[in-house]
Ligand binder design. Structure first.
Ligand SMILES: [Zn+2]
Length: 171
């Protein structure tokens, strides 16, 4: 796995001025010394989908790092103008070519797995409504797996947790 370097924000995203530490709203935050912009740091939102096709689970083999070559559920980061539901539908289409309908929100998991980018991942149970399964541009492969023969080496522990929910009847 690639080594991830941690570094703090140093410059203002608005004007390029130096950021300095200031105590605001009960914690130390980075504030621009020139324009006063406050660098609020928030977790990034991602969405992932649980899709059964002919009773088998749809999974994607990652084509990019981190965890390139490992399997995971269709998933990706939210764009600024999207709702989490829209992210789930779009990412699934991009990675698997399947059109899906959201059935329900299964679970929301907060993870600090990537120290430089904390995540909130929304896992949605979805129903396929169209499209032929095939891998998208940033995936090496997209396939269906029988529930008793799933890949062992998964990219993300959060996806493992949700797949266990599926196998143990909690979805
Ligand atoms: Zn500034």
């Amino acid at each position: 796995m690639q080594k991830i370097e941690l570094h703090e924000e140093r410059f203002c995203m608005r004007c390029g001025g130096d950021l300095v530490d200031r105590f605001l709203d009960n914690r130390t935050r980075k504030v621009c010394s020139r324009c006063g912009w406050i660098c609020y740091k928030s977790p990034t939102l991602a969405a992932a989908t649980i899709i059964l096709l002919d009773g088998k689970l749809v999974m994607v083999k990652r084509g990019v790092d981190p965890h390139k070559g490992k399997w995971c559920l269709p998933s990706g980061f939210e764009e600024y103008e999207e709702s989490p539901l829209e992210t789930a539908v779009r990412e699934t289409k991009e990675e698997t070519n399947l059109d899906v309908r959201i059935v329900k929100l299964h679970k929301v998991i907060f993870t600090t797995h990537f120290p430089q980018q904390h995540l909130v991942v929304c896992f949605f149970l979805c129903e396929p409504v169209g499209g032929e399964l095939r891998a998208g541009d940033d995936a090496q492969d997209a396939r269906i797996f029988p529930l008793d023969d799933l890949p062992e080496d998964l990219a993300f522990s959060t996806h493992r947790e949700v797949i266990n929910d599926l196998l143990e009847g909690r979805i």
